[in-house]
Design a protein around this ligand. Structure first.
Ligand code: ADP
Ligand code: ADP
Ligand code: MG
Length: 450
């Protein structure tokens, strides 16, 4: 087992990883940018190293400084968390070259799955259903338009390097195509420095259903059930739940098998997520694989009882999975709400600031993953997510009731958050009935915030 792990991340996920390391008796090294000097992950880790100024490009994306910290402090592994360098194949490769274990899949697999149009092709070759779309990338406007005509409208134009809901645009009619294509391409260039594009049929009012998988270095692959992440704003998740109300045991079995197949097809090792969209007729289509731990992993932990970070570390240390598919049972229902410092009435603009006072909820079946504390200054440089509220109860309705209670109890003063919006959604009749798809917030926002 590893002796010392460096966590190349910040915020709640860095804290989350440190906690499991402590429980495993592994020493931890935090890295931080100048404005994060007093951050919780820095206080909780055994050691901490400043890796640069505020801008992520100079600190949390600064591979050289992170590797220098890891080698000089004698770390034998690096956990990348999510975001930042977690899906950066160059980083994974450099870590291994320094004789340090990267806690995640190999650089080759990250690079293959990170190119979403390439990943689509691999899935098609192995019989995993994908959304109808272009066969590989399309970068010429006229060629792209011809392919969109062939696929049939509406279409979704997507960046091969895309992530975080960025670099994608819908076109419902042919006359919208040019504008959508050029905007998506420009956004991809700006966000990812890579404007390679591909086109998919836009599945209308789908559910986003993803499967958690774990694969060890001995060829064992299991799935840990699904998460329904359909409550999204701007193609970014806001509320997730496990299991999904939309899946029958038979469909769960089919999709789970497809997810395991996807992992096997790519030679996957470690924890990963296979994302699908599910249409109204129960057809499911692969959209992408995330080669890292996911923001919403705690709901899977609650219903399976498996500590996913622990398994990631064990897999990276070349230990076999301690269970088989038959050992995995889904117990009860879990819901996660992402608490963001943002203004839902102003297009979800981030609202950084100082937490003047706060009370975080608790009680039976309530888990709060966060890195904020009273007096904490949320820096404006990073993601606006400041906490995750996770509840676990015997069934869905009880989980909803628990989340309502949690959202009633929370007090966060000093910065604007989306907690009111979350509270209204938990009371929305359609949400409670399970009648929602990825367009839920977009359609209901005006009603929900007024
Ligand atoms: P998940 O399914 O885990 O929510 P996301 O794609 O939303 O996956 O991304 C996970 C985290 O990484 C989020 O905090 C998100 O803001 C961040 N992230 C993802 N892609 C980018 C990106 N291109 N630039 C900055 N942050 C990103
Ligand atoms: P990212 O890498 O940004 O997470 P994804 O490919 O996972 O991109 O798509 C993000 C979200 O966009 C999905 O969760 C889903 O809501 C929506 N989406 C993606 N592809 C399609 C599609 N073909 N049809 C309908 N919605 C889609
Ligand atoms: Mg995605």
């Amino acid at each position: 087992m590893f002796r010392k792990i460096l966590i190349a991340n910040r915020g709640e996920i860095a804290v989350r990883i440190i906690r499991t390391c402590k429980e495993l008796g592994i020493e931890t090294v935090a890295v931080y940018s100048v404005p994060d000097k007093t951050a919780l992950h820095v206080q909780l880790a055994d050691q901490a190293v400043c890796i640069g100024p505020a801008k992520a490009a100079d600190s949390y994306l600064n591979m050289k400084n992170i590797l220098q910290a890891a080698t000089s402090l004698g770390c034998d592994a690096i956990h990348p968390g999510f975001g930042f360098l977690s899906e950066n194949a160059t980083f994974a490769h450099l870590v291994e070259q320094c004789g340090i274990t990267f806690i995640g899949p190999s650089a080759e697999v990250i690079s293959m799955m990170g190119n979403k149009s390439q990943a689509r092709r691999l899935m098609m070759e192995h019989g995993v259903p994908v959304v109808p779309g272009s066969n590989g990338s399309v970068n010429d406007l006229n060629e792209a338009r011809a392919i969109a005509d062939q696929i049939g409208y509406p279409v979704l134009i997507k960046a091969s390097a895309g992530g975080g809901g960025r670099g994608m645009r819908k076109a419902f009619e042919p006359h919208e195509f040019e504008q959508a294509f050029l905007t998506a391409k420009a956004e991809a260039k700006a966000c990812f420095g890579d404007d390679d594009m591909y086109i998919e049929k836009l599945i209308v009012e789908p559910k986003h259903i993803e499967f958690q998988i774990l694969a060890d270095s001995f060829g064992n692959v299991v799935h840990l059930g699904e998460r329904d992440c359909s409550i999204q704003r701007r193609n970014q998740k806001m509320i997730e739940e496990a299991p999904s109300k939309a899946l029958t045991p038979q469909l769960r079995e089919q999709m789970g098998q497809a997810a395991v197949l996807a992992a096997k097809a790519s030679g996957y090792q470690n924890a990963g997520t296979v994302e699908f969209v599910l249409d109204k007729h129960h057809n499911f289509y692969f959209i992408e694989m995330n080669t890292r731990i996911q923001v919403e992993h705690p709901i899977t932990e609650m219903v399976t009882g498996v500590d996913l970070i622990r398994e990631q570390i064990r897999i990276a240390a070349k230990q076999p999975l301690p269970f088989t598919q038959a050992d995995i049972h889904l117990n009860g229902h879990a819901i996660e709400c992402r608490i963001n410092a943002e203004d839902p009435q102003n297009n979800f603009a981030p609202c950084p600031g100082v937490i003047k006072s706060m009370h975080l909820p608790g009680g039976m079946g309530v888990r709060i993953d966060t890195a904020i504390y009273q007096g904490y200054q949320i820096p404006p440089y990073y993601d606006s997510m400041i906490a995750k509220f996770i509840v676990h109860a015997p069934n869905r309705l009880q989980a909803i009731r628990k989340m309502r209670r949690v959202l009633e109890e929370v007090v966060i003063e000093g910065v604007q958050t989306n907690t009111d919006l979350l509270y209204y959604i938990m009371h929305d009749e359609d949400y409670v009935k399970g009648l929602f798809d990825t367009s839920f917030i977009e359609k209901k926002l005006d009603k929900l915030v007024n």
